[in-house]
Ligand binder design. Structure first.
Ligand code: GCV
Length: 607
């Protein structure tokens, strides 16, 4: 078996090329050798990707559509023995991956090589690698992939212009696995095509988008739709023309409507030119303030895509209040598999517990779609670190079934990825992966503080790197205290939550420890629930985090990984150890210098 087939989780051979998901399901059945029983496919009345599994003399998958059959077949092939009879249906109609790939082949916040489909301003790919990827996406129910960066640079305008036929060809590879393409578009595109304005209410602009959308759908009739980042971090948008985001989004949605396309509009809008002296503006409040007043104003094919937390994919954030507050608007949750702030696919940070926390915090019915910023690239193993593939796998599982159990999902991935492991090794690896998030949190920024990363790069510590900058990400540490007061006495951010949550977060006694410094400004001598002072807890967490990485490294070395994986895991673990030590020392020194408080255990803190 070649390397790239081995490293993602489907271990049986790649089936021959097919054209439709139905043929793909049939081909997967015959490619898998070790089936316990025959799998039979039957078409019936159920639709919407639903399927039924029946264990009779044979295992039977019944579905009204090709996609349902495909998902049923994967469920059987990936299961560990017998699976339950019953009907399943993916929880959301759209389970999306957002790739931040640029036409020059680079990937914004990419940590696993270059783009799998763009190079040097054009579309170029290895079709068999794309098929392998599509196959893995389908195996966990992912059904939409947006191939280009939400920051749409000038050369990417060509995707809905001279490169449209190449995009259509790429779409056909994904189509066989029931994965539909989506494209990020620039709100200002008409300006580059002889139109004097991009005002969404201007008839010339409306006509331009109608014609362009018609052209796109003539080549890719099943395109899922368009994705837009507008008025965010310098991207163009309706604000330039004094229009609201509802007016902007609806104009595009109208153009998509007759083709069944959706318009996904990102809610990542905040003031990225903030004066750090301004203590009134509080960036986490921004998305709610912008979009909540627009609730109910969007057309039925608009989906607002909201990041899981109110800031930007920090190690730990509370659930975004916007996700809890829109009653009359369709929402998509956005998570980030690319480990921008969470170790960059060098440090191990596994997301099943994060996904559980997010869905528990939000409820499964608040949204009608899920999106994940991709962690994929053209590295042989697709995700840089072999363990980062678990994040992709787990995202698909949760987006299909938000009630998934994170332990089970992790176990399944380990069993599928390393089938030759003993039960003991499987359990140990699953345990390491499940704890990796809290280990990372301990040595970086415990208790919800966030940021403090090297500006721009976002890897490694820099406690004041963002402190005097314009991005609105401050902690305002001084010699007595750290954090921002986001309660009603402070910036009032807590008031964006429903009452019960607002009360929980308002009070530092009831606020969960792991979010204390997100919501409160606390003195270093504050005594926490466990009896330790804030500063002592800070020191302890950093030291413990490093110790846990050493333990993790030792345990991983004892496991029988395939040779290629072992080399990558060890090389990255060496870098994780350096990073963890650096975080621990820099953070402890920083707070020790500010507070002058000694560590109760007299461990080494550099002055
Ligand atoms: C695509 C953060 C990242 C940016 C990213 C942005 C976004 O600010 O650092 O690289 O841009 O989020 O989500 O749009």
């Amino acid at each position: 078996m070649n390397r790239c087939e081995h490293t993602l989780w489907l271990s049986w051979p790649m089936p021959a090329e097919t054209n439709t998901p139905y043929e793909t399901a049939m081909a997967e059945i015959s490619a898998a050798q070790n089936l316990p029983k025959t799998v039979v496919l039957k078409q019936t009345h159920t639709g919407d990707e639903a399927y039924e599994i029946r264990n009779e003399a044979e295992q039977i998958v019944i579905s009204g559509d090709d996609a349902g059959l495909l998902y049923g077949v994967y469920e059987i092939l990936m299961a560990d023995g017998r699976i339950e009879n019953g009907i399943r249906k993916p929880a959301y109609a759209y389970r999306m991956i957002n790739c931040w790939d640029n036409m020059d082949g680079t990937i914004e916040r990419g940590y696993s090589g270059r783009s799998l489909w763009f190079d040097n301003g054009r579309i170029a790919y290895d079709a068999s690698r794309i098929r392998l990827l599509a196959r893995h996406l389908a195996s966990v129910g992912i059904n939409v992939i947006c191939i280009n960066n939400v920051n749409v640079h000038q050369d990417a305008l060509s995707l809905i212009d001279e490169h449209l036929d190449d995009v259509a060809e790429l779409a056909s590879i994904f189509r066989a696995y029931h994965v539909r393409l989506m494209l990020s578009i620039s709100f200002a595109h008409p300006l580059s095509d002889g139109i004097a304005t991009a005002d969404p209410l201007n008839p010339a602009v409306i006509g331009w988008w109608e014609r362009r959308t018609a052209l796109v759908y003539s080549r890719i009739p099943d395109l899922a739709g368009f994705l837009v980042k507008a008025d965010s971090e310098g991207r163009p948008g309706p604000f330039t023309y004094g229009r609201s985001h509802a007016e902007g989004a609806n104009m595009l949605a109208q153009a998509l409507q007759q083709y069944g396309g959706i318009l996904v509009w990102r809610c990542f809008v905040y003031n990225c030119r903030q004066n750090w002296r301004d203590t009134v503006t509080d960036r986490p409040k921004a998305a709610y303030e912008t979009y909540q007043p627009l609730d109910g104003q969007f057309l039925s094919n608009v989906i607002l895509q909201v990041k899981n937390g109110p800031y930007d994919f920090q190690v730990r954030e509370p659930i975004s209040p916007l996700l809890l507050s829109m009653q009359k608007t369709q929402l998509a949750l956005e998570v980030q598999l690319a480990q921008e702030y969470t170790g960059q696919q060098v440090d191990i940070y596994e997301m099943p517990p994060l996904f559980k926390e997010i869905w528990d915090g939000m409820g499964r019915d608040r949204i009608m779609a899920a999106a994940a910023v991709s962690n994929l690239g053209n590295d042989m193993n697709y995700t840089g670190h072999p363990f980062a593939a678990l994040n992709l796998y787990a995202y698909g599982r949760f987006a299909s079934d938000p009630d998934s159990n994170p332990e089970q999902v992790t176990d399944d991935w380990v069993r599928l990825t390393y089938p030759s492991f003993s039960e003991q090794d499987r359990k140990l690896l699953a345990y390491i992966l499940m704890s990796s998030r809290s280990v990372y949190e301990k040595y970086t920024t415990p208790m919800g503080l966030g940021w403090m990363v090297t500006p721009g790069l976002h890897y490694g510590p820099s406690p004041e790197g963002y402190e005097y900058q314009a991005w609105g990400t401050y902690h305002r540490a001084d010699r007595d205290a750290v954090g921002i007061d986001r309660t009603s006495n402070g910036t009032g951010y807590t008031r964006q939550y429903p009452d019960a949550l607002c009360r929980l977060y308002e009070n530092s006694e009831t606020c969960p420890d792991n979010l204390l410094l997100f919501f409160h400004r606390l003195r270093y001598d504050t005594v926490l629930k466990d009896g330790r002072t804030l500063i002592q807890r800070m020191y302890d967490e950093h030291f413990e985090g490093v110790e846990e990485v050493y333990r993790m490294a030792e345990l991983l070395r004892s496991m029988p990984f395939p040779q290629e994986d072992a080399a990558v895991i060890e090389e990255r673990m060496q870098r994780q150890l350096i990073n963890a030590n650096e975080w621990c020392d820099v953070m402890n020194t920083y707070f020790h210098r500010l507070s002058g408080v000694q560590d109760e255990h007299n461990r080494k803190i550099y002055d």
